[in-house]
Design a protein around this ligand. Structure first.
Ligand code: NCD
Length: 347
């Protein structure tokens, strides 16, 4: 583990350096890489959505020809159900061959570095790598080391761009909007609350970088331990980044929300933290009573995994307003478009 640990430390240092122009940075990586939400312009997002719809309209047989003969590796250093399975099924539905390497059953356990693991996958014919890693910045490191397109499937507390895109498509569909394109005003008049453990959430970071650029008003809601004031800086400096606010009172946030996105408390990243769960539940759990009283029409979302009875009541997750399963299904279709983009295939 020492070499890996050293690698990730180096990357953390790189990340904490003052950031330069993101587009300049991205050009160092193979085209088709998706490392962070900030690298995508609104036009890029519109293109991904258009391809998602196009691929969805194809027959299964047509789709299976799109990436036939291509090889995609999934490299997972953290557990995952939805993201891993949907990337894998998306690749297979396009006819690609996939291979899964996880830190639990590979030479990573013997101490092989991220770079060497990536080079090994490349030598075996991988043409793109989907990476989930506990260290922020690991996907950039891998993209630089291998020269391959890398899709960030979640890196530490940093980014989860494919999740933001599937969240966007779910929102567009649930609000009855055209899901095959977006522009800077598509979500004008729409208020989205993101609630709970924002501090540790790469999903919140990616969503907060995307939705305001499409016109949405985003309210961040949670206790100060899980939502520091500097969260307002998310998205700062990105062209067209719009309105981001903090509203600590959940009921007040809910009353204004068209969409409410609940987040799991990331216990695995809470080291040294002392959170009063009873108080959290009282103030921030999305219960049926709260939802009925404050937002009887809002779309309820959650990236999963949900912890029933903690941030969300089971009956809300299973209820009419919940789009949680739809988000999972959108993960499959949106990730197809990301794989096609990664491999530079025109559809
Ligand atoms: C999230 C993740 O791993 O970042 N889940 C996901 O990918 N759908 C959120 C979480 O772990 O709570």
């Amino acid at each position: 583990m020492t070499e890996l640990a050293a690698t990730t430390k180096v990357e953390e240092c790189l990340l904490s350096a003052p950031s330069e122009n993101p587009s300049a940075r991205v050009s160092e990586y193979a085209e088709g890489s998706l490392l962070s939400m900030e690298q995508l312009s609104v036009a890029d997002v519109a293109g991904i959505l258009a391809n998602t719809s196009h691929l969805e309209r194809m027959t299964a047989a047509e789709r299976a020809r799109v990436l036939a003969g291509r090889t995609i590796a999934l490299l997972f250093y953290e557990s995952s159900t939805r993201t891993r399975t949907s990337f894998e099924l998306a690749a297979k539905s396009l006819g690609a061959t996939t291979t899964l390497v996880s830190d639990k059953s590979s030479s990573i356990e013997k101490g092989e570095s991220l770079k060497d693991t990536g080079l090994t996958l490349r030598a075996l014919g991988a043409e793109a790598i989907i990476l989930r890693h506990p260290a922020s910045g690991a996907p950039s490191l891998l993209a630089r080391a291998t020269g391959l397109p890398v899709l960030n499937a979640g890196d530490g507390m940093h980014q989860h761009p494919s999740q933001a895109l599937l969240d966007l498509r779910t929102i567009l569909l649930r609000l009855g909007k055209d899901a095959s394109t977006v522009h800077a005003k598509t979500l004008d008049g729409v208020t989205v609350s993101i609630v709970g453990d924002i501090l540790h959430s790469r999903v919140a970071r990616s969503d907060a970088m995307l939705l305001p650029r499409l016109g949405a008003r985003v309210l961040l809601c949670g206790p100060v331990e899980l939502l520091p004031e500097d969260a307002l800086g998310l998205g700062a400096g990105i062209e067209g980044s719009g309105s981001l606010e903090i509203e600590r009172d959940f009921d007040r946030a809910l009353r204004q929300s068209d969409v409410v996105m609940m987040l799991r408390i990331q216990k695995e990243r809470l080291a040294g933290f002392d959170l009063d769960l009873g108080e959290f539940v009282a103030r921030y759990q999305l219960s049926m009573e709260r939802l009925a009283a404050c937002a009887p029409k809002a779309v309820v979302m959650h990236p999963g995994p949900i912890i029933r009875g903690l941030e969300i009541a089971g009956e809300v997750a299973d209820g009419q307003q919940s789009a949680i399963e739809e988000q999972v299904a959108q993960g499959l279709v949106v990730r197809r478009a990301l794989l096609v983009r990664a491999l530079g295939v025109t559809v």
